[in-house]
Design a protein around this ligand. Structure first.
Ligand code: BDP
Length: 682
């Protein structure tokens, strides 16, 4: 199995009794109207039934018999009143199974729910009602026009720009199906470090071809735009958002896009961030820039997504606060078509970050959240790290902004501050590799992102269980063991990389492996020492007043816990406090001991994962088994690399011995540093 079918394998069900129970509804698939989405829905069910149940099921229109599946867009208020526009209900009626929704897309999502239930062996006896909690559920591709992917670890881009618009790679359809199966309904197709090329007529024609493939699957296309396009593309002297010519240029460009893509989703913008152009180049604000694009979008249904990932290179500042401080004066100044997209944490997709302090503090701005599915800082495509627990940890955290229960999720889903355009985005991990995502388990992170985007109350365990059943095995015992491996994987990764709230100590540029000694970089806030602040006294970034008062951006309740070193969750400790090496922690160990134990224990846990995986061989396809097994060997080697690098480096500051019960590294710090040097050789 090369993994190319993702979780939509549709292999024949072996359990005869189960198969029979599902065959009850396979006489026909009926559609009530001629609509491309309903047609695709029926075809998907047809394919699913053929594969899973071995039946040949015809698609008919408006059938009145019993024994089939009826797909209907319903106007029956009693039925669909409580459903969101793309929610659905599945119920038995007159011997048929009815999938009903207010929208065609909702019917499609219902069909995938049905297929998921069959794939995972669940009964169809109870009624199912489901609505998405968030309206825009989106992937952000960081794919470039030249076919590379920024921070992509699974080959090159899935978009074959040189073949488009004429050749439609079958993968576009597979991609659309995979996303629709999760309820993902939006995708921005190019890198946020955007090339103006995507706005040329030549590229719009190509993007239109992709949009035409995705549309029947309910997916809207967005484009990341370069703010300087009026100059680079339009030949104007400026890209100043308050310049009438510039505004006119965007108005016309936006109209032109709609001639290709009438239901264009909108723009995604990274501006004045990491060297990208933006309104501040002309003394204007983020709101000026975003509102100009919103004005261009006024005649249309599309929106403007403006990223809040901004920070200046101030050696004495605290990057933690930058986005908050730049955007706070603009709260209430953004057009209603604008959503400000905020990364889950204040720094940059670190393996564990406290939630971004903007959440809960911007009552007058529509905020969306951005997670990174591609594992730039999480072992890329070699380390097994299941991310659902990380997504959930952030979404479930209480901001206390409107009292207890004001979770990040409630800020995002729009319920706390009445935001009808709720948005959750994930930076895609897809590429041209046969299995799409590199590491076979990285598929689970795409899956988990989509499922949580639909319903963030689903547990990490349930999502993993579904994915395992659809992707790896339906053996009940094996499923439990694989689920345990997945649940342990993130804490294990954090333990041998960034324990106790350490952050941003990765290899320069490539962001792989440890480089805690990184002292000089193009910007101070791209070094490691900027963040860990190791010295002879202790370790960690004091954000409670001494170096920065970032903790004050959070509520009083959070200040009482994270702000107090005695009460702070140890997982976040060094995010907020500079702790003395010999300070006793709640575990009874000193900081230095605890740090050593965690690094060492991370390696032990990887070795356990390896052993547990070996036991699963009888249940897993040979190719997948071998791929994971080999990657675990790399992971083990590199967990030791991280451990040795960090323990040896920090030991020079703590001047304390490695605890007796641990075997000291069998190499010197200089030797470990050499490994990283190799990465930078030409
Ligand atoms: C950082 C990545 C960089 C992205 C940036 C972003 O290293 O490649 O361009 O995020 O989100 O983490 O814009």
């Amino acid at each position: 199995d090369d993994g190319s079918r993702l979780w939509l394998k549709y292999d024949l069900i072996k359990d005869q009794k189960q198969k029979l129970s599902y065959q009850k509804y396979t006489k026909f698939i009926s559609i009530s109207a001629n609509h491309p989405t309903l047609q695709k829905t029926a075809e998907e069910l047809q394919m699913g039934f053929a594969g899973l149940l071995g039946t040949k099921t015809n698609i008919v229109s408006n059938n009145s018999q019993a024994g089939g599946v009826v797909l209907e867009v319903s106007t029956n208020q009693a039925l669909t009143n409580d459903l969101a526009n793309d929610g659905f209900a599945i119920f038995a009626q007159k011997g048929n199974l009815v999938i009903s929704s207010k929208s065609e897309a909702g019917v499609l999502y219902g069909a995938f729910e049905l297929l998921r239930r069959i794939q995972t062996g669940q009964s169809l006896n109870e009624n199912i009602v489901s609505s998405p909690k968030i309206k825009i559920r989106m992937l952000n591709h960081w794919d470039n026009a030249n076919g590379t992917v920024e921070r992509g670890y699974a080959g090159s881009s899935i978009w074959k720009w040189n073949e488009l618009p004429f050749r439609i790679d079958p993968r576009y359809i597979a991609y659309a199906r995979a996303n629709a199966s999760l309820g993902i309904n939006a995708t921005s197709i190019n890198n946020v470090n955007a090339s103006s090329r995507f706005l040329t007529a030549e590229y719009l024609e190509k993007i239109k071809a992709v949009a035409d493939v995705l549309r029947p699957y309910g997916i809207k296309v967005f484009i990341s735009v370069n703010f300087r396009s009026p100059r680079t593309l339009g030949g104007l002297k400026t890209s100043d958002p308050l310049d009438p010519e510039v505004r006119k240029w965007w108005n016309e460009k936006t109209k032109e896009i709609h001639q290709y893509i009438p239901d264009f989703g909108g723009y995604l913008v990274k501006a004045n961030s990491e060297g990208e152009p933006g309104p501040q180049d002309y003394g204007r604000t983020h709101a000026d820039g975003a509102n100009m694009l919103a004005e261009a979008m006024k005649p249309f249904s599309g929106i403007v997504i403006w990223r809040a990932f901004v920070y200046n290179a101030d050696p004495n500042g605290d990057r933690f606060k930058e986005a908050y401080e730049q955007f706070k004066p603009l709260d209430g100044k953004f057009d209603e078509k604008v959503i400000v997209q905020v990364k889950n944490g204040p720094i940059d997709f670190m393996p564990r970050e406290p939630f971004h302090p903007m959440f809960g503090n911007f009552p007058n701005t529509k905020l969306g959240i951005e997670f990174q599915i591609t594992q730039e800082y999480l072992g890329q495509s070699t380390h097994l790290t299941y991310l659902a627990p990380m997504f959930k940890e952030c979404l479930d955290t209480d901001t206390y902004s409107k009292g207890k229960g004001s979770t990040v999720a409630k800020v995002i889903d729009g319920s706390l501050y009445n935001n009808p355009n709720s948005l959750i985005a994930g930076v895609a991990n897809t590429g041209s590799d046969a299995n799409w995502c590199g590491h076979p388990f990285n598929q689970a992170n795409w899956y988990a992102f989509g499922r949580l985007a639909w319903d963030y109350t689903l547990s990490s365990e349930k999502i993993a269980n579904e994915w395992i059943g659809m992707t790896l095995t339906n053996d009940e015992k094996a499923k439990i063991q694989i689920n345990e491996i997945m649940q342990k994987s993130l804490p294990t990764y954090i333990s041998y990389t960034y324990p106790l709230g350490l952050h941003h100590m990765m290899g320069e540029g490539h962001h792989y492996g440890p480089e805690p000694w990184l002292t000089k970089a193009a910007r101070p806030d791209w070094t490691s020492i900027y963040y860990h602040k190791a010295d002879s006294v202790g370790l960690g970034f004091d954000r409670t007043g001494k170096l920065s008062n970032a903790i004050k951006l959070y509520s009083k309740e959070i200040n009482e816990t994270w702000g107090n070193p005695e009460k702070c969750d140890l997982n976040y400790l060094l995010w907020f406090h500079h702790i003395a090496w010999n300070k006793k922690l709640s575990t009874g160990n000193t900081l230095w001991e605890e740090l050593c134990y965690r690094y060492y224990n991370g390696v032990v846990e990887v070795q356990k994962l390896q052993k547990d995986w070996l036991k699963l061989q009888p249940y897993i396809d040979t190719e997948t088994f071998a791929s994971v097994n080999a990657r675990l060997k790399t992971q083990e080697k590199e967990s030791i690399w991280w451990r040795d690098a960090c323990v040896l480096y920090f030991k020079d500051f703590s001047k304390m011995p490695i605890p007796n019960s641990l075997t000291p590294p069998n190499r010197s710090l200089e030797e470990v540093k050499k490994i990283v040097e190799i990465y930078h050789l030409r």
